[in-house]
Design a protein around this ligand. Structure first.
Ligand code: CA
Ligand code: CA
Ligand code: CA
Length: 369
């Protein structure tokens, strides 16, 4: 009982510090619910499609599987049911790819056969929208797969010494260094692949790449996708762009197709880079500093709540200096991190969850947490 009281006390302390219910009394979330359908504030559920639910017994989770379990995420009735009540879903990468994680995209205009078809996606999207659930998809703009048609053609041309064709979509050089770090086999050239050899970095300064990305964004936004989770935005810095410029271009271009488009970026970085990237107008970036084991939410769960709330307020003030509409994106873990449940005392785990759920901004909950 003492434990429960201290939990309640700590939660109330945080809530009042964060001014979410400061002095109004009654249900602290009642006033926020009314606005939830018209603004960009959401509780997102991160679905890792390949391991979420398998609908056809091939041992791989798929889009029809997500559809069949939608009642669990949100049953469409905001006033009842034992669903999670998430009003947004982030779908992990689903475009055709050589890997299980699908962050090396071969074709930006389709669904990997492991996961289903474009028709399956349309059905899932329609049913989410029926329930008032927004859907954002993972979009990888830093690099493609090395089996992408453009990279394949670029390599063919580089083997013939031709630099002014498809090679312009990527970053290539005859001099190997820390940027141009991977050889194009059978040629004198090296290409930039920040993550691995299957992930050649796009040349984000090249107008041709941007024209291609515009087609990609239009394709998915025309389908009704509500926005994007953008991978590896820390690596958008390129020859003639500081990264912020590219992000700003992409955001504003996409807004031309959907003025309400929502974007959350993965900028696994120190605060300074994150603040700067908010200058681009991007809505959200994941708050890595507060996530994971050792992150501020976990530290606070052991009893340092007031300290965490002060830091969070400061962080929130700082991001809003760079974008007054910035919405912090809080989470505990994601697919790149260890699951915390087995590593923590259960009460601390629940406390950490309560803290990020109550923090200002959007929440992102990894499936299974
Ligand atoms: Ca399957
Ligand atoms: Ca419900
Ligand atoms: Ca890059």
């Amino acid at each position: 009982m003492k434990r429960i009281l201290s939990l309640l006390l700590a939660v109330c302390l945080t809530v009042s510090l964060l001014a979410a219910c400061g002095g109004k009394g009654g249900d602290p979330v009642a006033n926020n619910k009314a606005e939830a359908s018209t603004d960009k504030y959401r509780d997102y559920y991160q679905v890792w499609i390949g391991s979420f639910y398998d609908s056809n017994n091939d041992q791989i989770g798929d889009l029809p599987g997500v559809l069949s379990k939608l009642d669990y995420i949100n049953d469409g009735d905001p006033n009842g049911g034992d669903d999670l009540g998430a009003d947004g879903i982030w779908l992990s990468p689903m475009m055709p790819s050589q890997s299980y994680h699908k962050y090396n995209v071969r074709d930006y205009f389709n669904i990997d056969p492991d996961f289903g078809t474009l028709e399956d996606f349309d059905k899932l999207l329609a049913e989410c929208h029926n329930r008032g659930v927004k859907v954002i998809i993972d979009l990888v703009l830093n690099h493609s797969g090395n089996d992408h048609e453009f990279f394949q053609k670029a390599c063919e041309e580089l083997r013939e010494g031709k630099e002014d064709g498809y090679a312009r979509y990527y970053n290539v050089s005859k001099t190997q260094d820390s940027t141009y770090n991977r050889p194009v086999m059978g040629s004198d050239y090296f290409y930039e692949g920040q993550f691995d050899s299957t992930m050649p970095d796009w040349n984000l300064s090249y107008q041709g790449t941007r024209d291609y990305f515009e087609k990609v964004a239009k394709f998915w936004l025309d389908k009704g996708v509500d926005g994007f989770r953008l991978d590896a935005i820390k690596h958008f810095k390129d020859k003639d762009t500081d990264g912020v410029e590219f992000m700003k271009w992409f955001y504003q271009m996409a807004q031309g197709y959907n003025p309400d488009v929502y974007m959350v970026g993965e900028n696994w970085s120190e605060s300074g880079d994150i603040y700067e990237m908010y200058d681009s107008g991007i809505d959200s970036q994941f708050n890595f500093k507060f996530a994971g084991n050792g992150g501020e939410f976990i530290v606070a769960s052991h009893g340092m709540v007031a300290d965490m709330a002060t830091k969070l307020k400061k962080f929130d003030d700082n991001i809003k200096k760079h974008n007054e509409k910035a919405i912090n994106a809080n989470f505990l873990t994601n697919h790149d991190m260890l699951r915390l449940y087995n590593m923590l005392d259960e009460e601390d785990y629940k406390m950490a969850a309560a803290l990020y759920m109550l923090a200002p901004g959007n929440t992102f909950t990894y499936y299974g947490e």
